[in-house]
Structure formats: structure tokens, C-alpha cells
Design a binder for this molecule. Structure first.
Ligand SMILES: C[S@@+](CC[C@H](N)C(=O)[O-])C[C@H]1O[C@@H](n2cnc3c(N)ncnc32)[C@H](O)[C@@H]1O
Length: 217
């Protein structure tokens, strides 16, 4: 079996990623969705009347979750500045094609320290990261880098799927696995606490664990 780094793997996978939505949703999206909507509503209500809050999808892929967030914001008549960061130009290209009202999509490695004009400091009120931790070698690096980009009281929501076997993808008739790393929930919560976050919730679902944390003042 061929093993590919995430950038190359997801570039190849991008065209067919959409076909995986039902499979991805089966990892407890029904539990993740209310948690995410509640956090978005809370941030938007808290900033109503002032500047629209900045919300970030870290490892946004082809915009699967960003598209849903856009619809939710519209339904609630909220406005927010939406951002998506991802390592794979192919996934971002797919996101541009499917998302209207253009969120700000930036090609970047989320393990790299935040810097540069496309990586605002102390900006985001809420960040979420779904199905991403599994590709990161050093989650402490990711959480520390993200911490610098967060506004006071910023919140993070993520899922962890302790994945002992890689996910096989087919491209041009050939199978490959995108490099992945196994992370236990305890390792994730420890990495968050070490990087300036306070964990509020660790909720084990049937297939995944949802974790919510806020910036430690
Ligand atoms: C399984 S997809 C999840 C996409 C999206 N979050 C979703 O829920 O559909 C994993 C995504 O993480 C991205 N990714 C993996 N490692 C990354 C890194 N170090 N920096 C930025 N993005 C990364 C991949 O390019 C891919 O788009």
C-alpha cells in the first residue's frame, strides 16, 4: 500500500472527497452539530451591534463544514467573517468551487507558527477542526500556534478519532493511505492545557470524541 503525505494525498483525493460526506457524518455529526451551532450563536449574539466575529475552520478541506456554517448563519441572520486554512491546494480549489460568498481560504500548514498578513493574531472568536488531528504529528504545536490567533475568550471545538488504521483512498484505480497518527483523547486534552487552553468538555460519542476548550485568560 502506498502512503502519502497529507498535501499530496488530499490533492489526489479532492475531486472525490464529496463522496465521503455520509461516511464522515456517521462519526457523530449529530452530536457535533448542536455543539458547533451553540458556540456560533453564542459568539454572534455576544458581538451583535459591533464588528462581525471572525470564525476559523482549521483544516477546512473542501469546505464541507464551512458550507453548513454559512447556511446556519444565513438562517439565523447572523454575520461573521469566515476563514478556512488547509494544507492542500486541491482541497482549497474544491472549496472555492463549492462555497458562495467566499470565505477567506488560506493555504497553510496549521502546525506552523502563526505569522504573516494572512494569519491574523488575536483575531478569531471560534475555531473548529474536524477530522484533522489524525494528520498532525505534534498537536501541542498546533494548539500553541492557534492560541496566538485567538481573541480573548476564544473557543475551540474539535473531534478526535483514535484511529489505529489508516483510511484507504482510491485514485485512478490505485489504493493509497494518507499518513495518519494515533492520538488518545488524554493526549489531546493534555496538549491543549499545555498550550494555553482550558478544556470545558470531553464528550465520547459512538465513534469519536468531541472536545471543547477556551483560551485560558
Ligand atoms: C479528512 S479532511 C477533513 C476536512 C474537513 N475538516 C472536514 O471535516 O471535512 C483533513 C484535512 O486536513 C488537511 N490537513 C492535514 N494536515 C494539515 C496541516 N498540517 N495543515 C493544514 N491542513 C492539514 C488536509 O489537507 C485535509 O483537507
Amino acid at each position: 500500500m502506498e502512503y502519502l503525505e497529507p498535501r499530496e494525498g488530499y490533492d489526489r483525493f479532492a475531486r472525490d472527497y464529496r463522496k465521503e460526506y455520509t461516511h464522515l457524518d456517521s462519526f457523530d455529526w449529530e452530536k457535533a452539530r448542536p455543539l458547533l451551532w451553540e458556540a456560533i450563536d453564542s459568539v454572534c449574539n455576544a458581538t451583535s451591534g459591533s464588528a462581525a466575529p471572525a470564525l476559523l475552520d482549521a483544516g477546512c478541506g473542501d469546505g464541507r463544514v464551512l458550507g453548513r456554517v454559512q447556511r446556519h448563519l444565513k438562517e439565523r441572520d447572523f454575520s461573521a467573517e469566515l476563514w478556512g486554512w488547509d494544507l492542500s491546494p486541491g482541497m482549497l480549489k474544491a472549496a472555492v468551487a463549492r462555497l458562495e460568498d467566499g470565505p477567506r481560504l488560506v493555504c497553510r500548514d496549521i502546525e506552523d507558527p502563526v505569522g504573516g498578513k494572512e494569519a491574523p493574531v488575536q483575531r478569531f472568536s471560534l475555531v473548529w477542526a474536524f477530522f484533522v488531528l489524525v494528520h498532525l504529528t505534534d498537536t501541542t504545536l498546533f494548539f500553541s500556534s492557534l492560541r496566538a490567533a485567538m481573541a480573548d475568550k476564544g473557543t475551540i471545538i474539535l473531534n478526535n478519532i483514535p484511529q489505529k488504521e489508516g483510511f484507504q483512498v482510491k485514485y485512478a484505480g490505485k489504493g493509497f493511505v494518507i499518513e495518519y497518527y494515533h492520538h488518545e483523547d488524554a493526549e489531546i486534552t493534555e496538549a491543549l492545557e499545555k498550550s494555553g487552553w482550558t478544556v470545558d468538555l470531553t464528550q465520547a460519542g459512538e465513534w469519536s470524541t468531541l472536545i471543547k476548550a477556551h483560551v485560558t485568560p
